[in-house]
Design a protein around this ligand. Structure first.
Ligand code: HEC
Ligand SMILES: [Cu+2]
Length: 361
């Protein structure tokens, strides 16, 4: 047990304090934390000092006799007033700065330069750039690829521009999650069927890491967050590249091309391992009692229409979500072809994008 604790040193940079924020509002919160910590430390030192002094000075063994008139002295009388006034003063000092920060947290009046919808799901994050129609699915990198950043690294980070007001819309597709990157933004819950809002303005380029901050199931520890903050120019370049790739993929998917089984199978494998293996496992074995095995499954080896239906539309009130809105026709055809031919599911079936297109209607 102790060994595993110490072996974990690669997982986190142990530090005495919170990471220093790179955005104004989180900075203000950080400063508040420092202010309260300082005040608390000073009070602690004063109180411990008085207690220690009292213990050492007013001892019975020294023949000390309690002062019966202390409360009648000038100090004794005024301290009743003085102490509460000082306490109130401290409280108001903290509350004053805290109110300003809270007001900014709830300030939705300013126009954002960029809006990103952040969707939590078991167990990954999806980012939708609302103004550009870009969608990024962010999965944790396996140990082999992540190296020292295991549990803190993802395949596709959220790329954001610096010095722009960014609005985050938080929601979830299954259970509660919370998107938390302390250096750039404060924390609000991601709630299914509900939108929460936060905002930031990142002042420094860099890579910022965070994690899900709301227990969301057995994979809770496996949905890290990586934000890549870049200059506006770099962001625009990234955006246009991303759009080009997305458009090319869309054009490819909607072309009435007939694909070979091998082409679909190998594409399907990647799509499966990115989107489905988190639950159904890489080897298709599922997790007993929670996620059905697809190897030998009735649906994955039975009627094609049923298979297409569950992948396109999901299954209500289960963890199986509707992939129709998230994957294009080619991707769905590929992943179904893969499932019907992998892990000994030797159906020999090939599903074409056109089949998915007609199933959508
Ligand atoms: C969050 C977990 C999760 C993810 C991710 C997921 N599924 Fe599922 N899937 C389920 C659950 C749970 C069921 C069982 C639903 C039910 O109760 O019938 C299921 C059922 C299925 C079935 C029917 C299996 C059977 O025999 O009943 C197929 C096929 C399937 N999923 C394919 C996929 C594909 C393809 C993907 C990726 C694009 C995917 N799933 C991603 C949780 C998941
Ligand atoms: Cu989560």
């Amino acid at each position: 047990m102790m060994l595993t604790l110490f072996a974990g040193s690669a997982f986190a940079d142990y530090a005495l304090n919170f990471p220093e924020p790179v955005a104004p509002l989180p900075q203000q919160m950080y400063d508040l934390h420092m202010l309260t910590t300082k005040i608390a430390t000073i009070i602690m030192i004063i109180v411990i000092g008085i207690v220690a002094y009292a213990i050492l000075t007013f001892r019975k063994s020294k023949g000390y006799e309690a002062d019966q008139n202390f409360h009648k002295s000038k100090f004794g009388v005024w301290s009743w007033l003085l102490v509460p006034v000082i306490v109130l003063g401290i409280d108001l000092t903290i509350a004053g700065s805290a109110t300003d920060a809270l007001k900014q947290v709830e300030d939705y009046s300013q126009k954002a330069d960029l809006t990103v919808k952040v969707i939590g799901s078991q167990w990954k994050w999806t980012y939708e750039y609302m103004d550009d129609g870009i969608r990024v699915v962010s999965n944790m990198l396996p140990k082999e690829k992540a190296g020292d950043n295991y549990l803190r690294a993802v395949d596709n980070p959220l790329v954001l521009p610096t010095n722009r007001r960014i609005r985050f819309l938080h929601t979830a597709s299954d259970v509660l999650h919370a998107w938390w990157v302390p250096e750039i933004v404060y924390k609000k819950d991601s709630i299914p069927g509900y939108i929460n809002e936060t905002w930031t303005n990142i002042e420094k380029e860099g890579t910022y890491r965070g994690q899900c901050a709301e227990i969301c199931g057995t994979g809770h520890a496996f949905m890290p967050i990586v934000v890549e903050a870049v200059s506006t120019e770099k962001f625009e370049t990234w955006k246009s590249e991303k759009l080009m790739v997305a458009q090319a993929a869309q054009a490819e998917a909607s072309a009435d091309k007939t694909w070979t089984k091998d082409e679909l199978f190998s594409r399907g494998e990647t799509i499966y391992n990115t989107n489905c293996s988190g639950c159904h496992q890489v080897n298709g074995s599922g997790v007993k009692g929670v996620f059905p095995a697809l190897a030998g499954s009735k649906i994955a080896t039975g009627k094609i229409a049923d298979h297409i239906n569950i992948v396109l539309n999901g299954k209500a009130s289960t963890a199986m979500s509707a992939w129709g809105a998230q994957l294009n026709d080619l991707e769905i055809a590929a992943v179904i072809t893969y499932e019907r031919n992998a892990w000994g599911n030797d159906t020999g079936d090939t599903i074409q994008p056109a089949d998915i297109k007609s199933a959508r209607k």
